[in-house]
Design a binder for this molecule. Sequence first.
Ligand code: SIN
Length: 190
Amino acid sequence: MTFDTTQHNRRMTHFDDHDSFWLFGYGSLIWKADFPFLERRPAWIRGWSRRFWQGSHDHRGTPDAPGRVVTLTREPGAHCHGMAYRIRPDILAQLDMREKNGYLRALVPVHFDAEQAAEGLIYLATEENAAFLGEAPLTVMAAQIDQAWGPSGSNRDYLLNLARALDELGVDDHHVSMLAASLPGTGTKL
Ligand code: SIN
């Protein structure tokens, strides 16, 4: 898998003939909705956990000094909370560009409450992608995030914006809050 997943994602035509469908965001897509959408609702997906294991060479880092952004890892019984957006299929072209550094479109059931669910789309960066960094000690990940910058801004802001957005949603994500608290200068050293 190359660093640029755009062409691969364009071949995924699953929702092309739908008027609209649900996109589930679990990272910057929660707090940076810079794309047109018809509706948005807090939602969750099952069996996945959010992790800062994906490298960012294009948004929150550079090819020489990549940052760390979130992807999902399978974890039976886990719930990953985020934000679902009802979008039109033609919006995917710009989302493919935004998520091109290793993320592939994947289909998942998106849950809105105990009764309501719909088939939705996520951008998932698996460990096969060239930008995948994987797990590292918390302090090592926090130090990398503290230092990294890219065209979209600082990696610190990505993490702190995500932590704040999850807080506003009433979501307790241990991995994200531990990492945010481990950032140099945040006061709550662990
Ligand atoms: C997402 O937000 O759903 C994908 C990862 C990101 O863009 O931060």
